[in-house]
Unconditional design. Structure first.
Lengths: 411, 247
């Protein structure tokens, strides 16, 4: 291996790639815009959907209860719902979303309450539908209050204090530091995004520097030079690795800028104090954050994964005769990368010695802990070591492929 | 000097089985002479030249280029060779100067040596006008001149040219022919493959006719005319390969 030649090839590939619009898009534009884009769009859409849903007074139908005017009157007066006349097609109307929910009051409900007999009120909703859920939540609140009022009235009638059935209150308070709360809330998403961007950042340059060169006829030109093929492939590989890591780095910078700018805008708009108040109500004093040293460690752990991705993508693309053919080999890999990255997001999947050897999944799992500020040094060493080993094997395969004339001159 | 000895290259294809692309070929190209390798498409010209340029490894037999063995010292062979073919394209996003500099560095030249060579080549080939423009904007002729400069940057002793005029217009093709003649004058060893008979007649000192991977005839143009009793190279070629129906 000749360092001078390797650097010459790398420098040329870097210059060439930085002049390529498509490489710049995948390396800089996508990661820069993707994270703020996802955050802004997801935040704005969910904010608008929820606030619109909250502004709506849900249409609710009362089924039965004709002989119970007291509960009907209380419902009409106390619940923030719009009561609509009962019709036989209420199930269909809930499905069609013209009716948000229905409440079935059993016959003789008022009388049963007066006698102290149990009664069952049924609520009908469209499960997982936001507005239907809000309507049912409103009805549930109303009936909980109505039950408490009934119990209190009964206790008073018997000359007993209300605390008799409510001897104590339960309150929850968060004691975990904000970065740990943040780690749990968004920690899974960080490695998922890093892994995905690390892969997509390497994808286009890997295809362009191998199959693309074959297609354009520049591969044969470069193979005529006296530089050893190992130096050529390693120079190209370094460029693909640079693109992959630059994509991740840009995404990290973009994420930091988004959080900074987003937080400032939130504070100026007045929504910040409101959110802080909501968070404070749950027990935390500030908005969730991520542990900086943990996030940087995630970045370090991404390096061997980037080597692995770059080498595998190059080895596969080398086999292709054109970029189109290479993309048909490489595109299915996105699924193979996403599945373990997503598995790391699933609740209950915890890091252990066996999972620490599974590439990508191990990074997804350990990163959740790292951004929360928890460092499992043993697992970190195992993951880093095993991924380096996989990366070395993949790089070896890539170099081997580049030395095979049936691959380079595949007819 | 190029010396090929029983050079053989066999490819294995799943559908077609064993393909003897180059079959027991032996010839010698001397300095200051142009060796023309004539053959129809698929005759084995490109494979022969790729073997000499060490892009492919011979299955059996061997060759020496400028005294270096193509199997034992492929790097040294490539350092002495300038290889130009229609399949050797340029990097579109680099300028002509960057392209020549890149190949100069890959050939072990210092930046000072490269600057001198660029000055010489730009003068000889008329590159000054477009030296700092990107190759992707070039006409075919400009690209061809840049390719020649790229091939000659390290002043190689041996030139391997694989159908370098294929697809070029008359002016660009003439520029190539002129460049090849100049190389001969400078005492370089040139091997030139083509299927254009008029080009071979004008340029080549020795002609080898290759057919189905085998060298079926070899000699100077006069020798071939005498042997086949025909004045025209095209007629000689057809007779050497066994008649029109086999081409």
């Amino acid at each position: 291996m000749n360092g001078r030649n390797l650097f010459t090839v790398y420098r040329k590939e870097l210059r060439d790639s930085l002049r390529d619009r498509r490489t710049l898009i995948s390396m800089i534009v996508v990661p820069t815009l993707m994270i703020p884009g996802i955050m802004a769009v997801a935040g704005l859409v969910s904010y608008r959907v929820v606030s619109q849903a909250r502004q709506e007074v849900p249409a609710v139908m009362i089924l039965g209860g004709g002989d119970s005017p007291a509960v009907r009157a209380a419902l009409a007066a106390g619940a923030k719902v719009r009561l609509v006349p009962a019709t036989g097609d209420w199930r269909q109307r809930i499905t069609d979303k013209t009716l948000r929910a229905a409440v079935e009051i059993p016959a003789g409900f008022d009388a049963a309450l007066a006698r102290g007999e149990p009664a069952i009120v049924k609520l009908y909703d469209y499960e997982s539908e936001l507005r239907s859920g809000l309507a049912v939540g409103e009805l549930r609140n109303f009936f909980n209050n109505y039950r408490e009022q009934t119990v209190s009235a009964r206790l008073v009638a018997h000359g007993l204090p209300a605390t008799l059935v409510k001897p104590f209150e339960v309150k929850t308070e968060n004691v975990a530091p904000p970065e740990k709360v943040g780690g749990n809330l968004i920690g899974g998403m960080i490695p998922y995004l890093f892994i995905l961007l690390c892969f997509t950042g390497a994808m286009y340059p890997a295809m362009d520097l191998t199959a693309g060169e074959k297609e354009r006829g520049t591969m044969e030109t470069i193979l005529c030079s006296p530089v050893a093929r190992t130096d050529l492939v390693l120079g190209k590989f370094l460029m693909v690795l640079t693109a992959s890591l630059a994509t991740v780095l840009w995404s990290l910078l973009s994420m930091g800028a988004t959080l900074l700018i987003g937080g400032t805008l939130l504070a100026r708009s007045g929504a910040g104090p409101m959110m802080a108040a909501q968070t404070a109500a749950r027990g935390a004093a500030v908005l969730p954050t991520l542990d900086p040293s943990g996030t940087l460690t995630v970045l370090a752990m991404v390096v061997p994964v980037a080597v692995l991705f770059s080498a595998v993508l190059m080895a596969l693309s080398l086999f292709a005769k054109s970029v189109k053919e290479a993309s048909s080999y490489v595109s299915p890999l996105v699924i193979i990368v996403i599945i373990p990255a997503m598995m790391g997001l699933l609740p209950g999947v915890e890091l252990n010695a066996r999972l620490a050897l599974v590439p990508i999944l191990n990074l997804a799992l350990v990163s959740k802990e790292l951004v929360s500020g928890v460092f499992h040094w043993g697992y970190l060493a195992l993951i880093f070591g095993s991924t380096c080993l996989y990366a070395a094997v993949a790089l070896g395969l890539c170099v081997r492929m580049f030395n095979r004339e049936d691959v380079l001159f595949r007819a | 000097m190029i010396e090929a000895r029983n050079l053989t290259k066999i490819f294995h294809d799943k559908k077609r089985g064993e393909i003897r692309a180059v079959d027991d070929v032996s010839f010698t190209c001397r300095p200051g002479r142009i060796y023309g390798l004539l053959g129809a498409n698929g005759a084995g010209k490109t494979t022969t030249l790729r073997l000499l340029a060490t892009l492919l490894r011979p299955t059996s037999g061997g060759a020496t280029v400028a005294g270096h063995d193509v199997t034992a010292a492929p790097g040294r062979v490539r350092a002495c060779v300038g290889f130009l073919a229609t399949s050797t394209a340029l990097y579109g996003r680099l300028t002509a100067r960057e392209t020549i500099t890149y190949f100069g560095r890959l050939n072990g030249l210092t930046d000072a040596q490269i600057a001198v060579r660029i000055g010489q080549l730009a003068g000889e080939l008329g590159l000054h006008e477009f030296l700092d423009r990107r190759v992707e904007k070039f006409s075919t002729g400009m690209k061809q001149k840049t390719s020649i400069a790229r091939t000659l940057v390290h002043d190689p002793a041996v030139l391997i040219l694989d159908e370098p005029t294929l697809g070029l217009d008359v002016m660009a093709a003439r520029a190539i022919v002129r460049f090849v003649r100049e190389c001969r004058t400078r005492g370089k060893t040139v091997i030139y493959s083509t299927h254009v008979m008029s080009e071979a007649e004008k340029l080549c000192d020795v002609i080898g006719i290759i057919h189905h991977g085998r060298l079926v005839a070899e000699g100077t143009l006069d020798e071939l005319r005498r042997r086949y009793a025909r004045p025209d190279l095209e007629e000689i070629f057809v007779q050497a390969v066994g008649g029109e129906e086999v081409v």
